[in-house]
Design a protein around this ligand. Structure first.
Ligand SMILES: Cc1ncc(COP(=O)(O)O)c(C=O)c1O
Length: 365
């Protein structure tokens, strides 16, 4: 079976993990500080705050901003729904902006249409390792004085004009869940350029609203902490990230080369200025030439290839029936047509060729 994803633990993971265990510091510990420092250095950004997962990273930003019931936040109509789910959970109003049919990302134009007096935050998601058109989005955000959160869970290492994804907006979040480009099992990171007070509040909210004095709670916080054991794995992953990146680029180039001229599939488009570290290889299926997307997934599974459907758009979820989703034409279309192919560093070239050939054989005309 060719799985859809597989972590890459070929470096110092075991060594660092043993060190963390031996130190007996298994909750807090020095690997956390090291991971935060190395992460900031890698991205060339000011501050990184390690958290328990990519969802708590977003949650931490919402809480630190003090978003309140009824506040509106703009979120993408296509992508992983963490930012919008959290908004519902906190009584905020997710306002969906449609995505571009080719890049699968929101644009400054689609965001602009959704701005209102109640908008407090713009969330942009760099889906599948792409980077949104950050320049016009940041320009718009500055003009209307509404901050931007980059959800970079799927785009660690991707760059736009040689600048890392996650360093354009006021804040960014990353996920280290098992399928992600670098992983700690579960885990995440908040990155921000905001001032000391914001950072202090975020760090405090991460650990039950405590600032300096143990058990003295200043805010009603959470436990969003990453463990020292997870951070040890994270340090090892980051240390060999150049190798991980190289393998991911090999796979991306190989897929691109094979699929670019195949009739009936469209490849995700990346701007010339984007140097992606792709999370998964996504194809938009033409169901006149191929079987229905979900059928394709089943047929490929029978051939020993695990693939995944694209994200559900909010138009197709009861959870979002109160939200305005009728304008999400592109998001809705993509949600029905995208198939994501296996993507992990140890995926061999001959396996990629097998995936290509099995897909080719599924053509109905
Ligand atoms: C774009 C995006 N945002 C947020 C998340 C949530 O991250 P986590 O699963 O670490 O909570 C994920 C992935 O799982 C994601 O792909």
């Amino acid at each position: 079976m060719i799985p859809w994803a597989k972590p890459d633990f070929h470096g110092y993971e075991e060594k660092f993990l043993k060190e963390a265990l031996k130190s007996t510091w298994i909750s807090d510990g020095s690997f956390i500080r090291k991971l935060e420092k190395n992460f900031s250095n890698y991205l060339k950004t000011k501050e990184s705050i390690a958290v328990s997962n990519g969802t708590s990273a977003i949650h931490l930003i919402y809480l630190t901003l003090g978003l309140k019931r009824g506040d509106e936040i703009i979120v993408p109509g296509y992508g992983y729904m963490a930012a919008s789910n959290l908004a519902l959970q906190m009584g905020l109003k997710p306002i969906f902006a449609d995505v571009d049919l080719e890049t699968f990302c929101v644009t400054a134009d689609s965001i602009k249409k959704k701005i209102s007096k109640k908008t407090k935050l713009i969330v942009i998601t760099h889906t599948y390792g792409n980077v949104c058109e950050v320049k016009p989005i940041i320009k718009l955000s500055k003009k209307i004085k509404i901050p931007v959160l980059e959800d970079s869970a799927e785009s660690f290492g991707s760059r736009f004009s040689n600048k890392q994804s996650g360093t354009f907006g006021d804040f960014a979040t990353f996920s280290f869940q098992a399928t992600k480009t670098i992983t700690t099992g579960e885990g995440g990171m908040v990155v921000t350029k905001k001032n000391k007070n914001f950072i202090k509040k975020a760090r405090s909210l991460r650990t039950h609203g405590v600032l300096k004095k143990r058990y003295l709670h200043i805010y009603p916080g959470h436990n969003f902490r990453l463990t020292n054991l997870q951070a040890a794995i994270g340090c090892a992953q980051l240390k060999r990230f150049d190798k991980i990146k190289k393998e991911r680029q090999r796979i991306f180039n190989m897929y691109k080369h094979l699929f670019k001229n195949l009739k009936g599939v469209k490849i995700q488009k990346f701007d010339k200025k984007v140097s992606p570290v792709v999370w998964t290889f996504a194809l938009v299926i033409d169901e006149k030439i191929f079987p229905k997307r979900d059928n394709m997934i089943r047929l490929l599974f029978k051939k020993g290839i695990e693939t995944r459907n694209g994200f559900y758009s909010p138009c197709r979820m009861k959870l979002y029936k109160k939200s305005n989703t009728s304008h999400l034409k592109n998001s809705n279309y993509l949600s029905k047509k995208i198939i994501c192919l296996p993507f992990y560093t140890s995926l061999k070239n001959n396996q990629i060729i097998k995936i290509f050939n099995e897909i080719k054989k599924l053509r109905v005309i």
